[in-house]
Design a protein around this ligand. Structure first.
Ligand code: IMP
Ligand code: MG
Length: 200
């Protein structure tokens, strides 16, 4: 396992698993306090948000429901930015519910903005965003999550659900990629970090 902050040439630990665990506990306690007496619906976006939702919901000491969405982006072209297609929709009626959109990372904010508009049209009693990482530097859609775990630097990050080309979601720590061109040319370059990364 990499120590906190220890470098390889390509990536280094940004938030070690213990730090993530503590912060998730804090967010859970905050949500518990804010939603006392209610039964919130925590909705996450596959696949990246699944790990965070799994840990977050167990840190909330309230009756609650969890739901998952799967979406795909149409493309990266300017005119299609923020246009997403729903591949899997919720099986929960949001009418009158207290909904919390649980995101792994809010980057441009376009995905969250789209989902907020979809959920908002379904008549929830309240609608908030809880993101583990808030990468504000590249924000396009003005959006300030009610709950944010960490203000994330303007770096590509992997681990704890976050992927690079579908890899590295199972890293227990959150890593920042220092040399993205190197990882692009060899997407398996960080495979050695997987060994020994299993959560204790
Ligand atoms: P958006 O730009 O806020 O719409 O973010 C869309 C999605 O891009 C996120 O839910 C992530 O799946 C992905 N994403 C954004 N930044 C990163 C990153 O640094 N690492 C891995 N995935 C990211
Ligand atoms: Mg991804």
């Amino acid at each position: 396992m990499l120590g906190s902050g220890q470098m390889t040439d390509i990536a280094s630990v940004l938030y070690a698993r213990e730090e993530v665990r503590r912060r998730v506990e804090e967010l859970g306690a905050q949500i518990t306090g804010d939603y006392t007496g209610r039964t919130p619906v925590l909705v996450s976006v596959l696949k990246g948000g699944a790990m965070f939702l799994a840990d977050l919901c167990r840190a909330v000491d309230l009756p609650l429901e969890v739901g998952f969405m799967a979406i795909s982006r149409y493309g990266e072209a300017e005119e299609s930015l923020g246009r997403v297609q729903i591949l899997l929709d919720l099986d929960i009626d949001l009418e009158g519910r207290d909904v919390i959109l649980v995101e792994d990372i809010v980057d441009t904010g376009l995905t969250s903005r789209y989902l907020l508009s979809v959920f908002g049209a379904r008549g929830p009693a309240s609608l908030e965003v809880c993101t583990l990482l808030d990468k504000t530097a590249r924000r396009i859609a003005p959006l300030t999550p009610r709950y944010a775990g960490f203000e994330c630097p303007d770096r590509f990050v992997i681990g704890y659900g976050l992927d690079f080309e579908e890899r590295y979601r199972n890293l227990a720590d959150i890593l920042q990629v220092l040399d993205l061109p190197a990882l692009r040319s060899d997407p398996r370059a960080l495979d050695p970090l997987i060994a020994g990364s299993a959560a204790a």
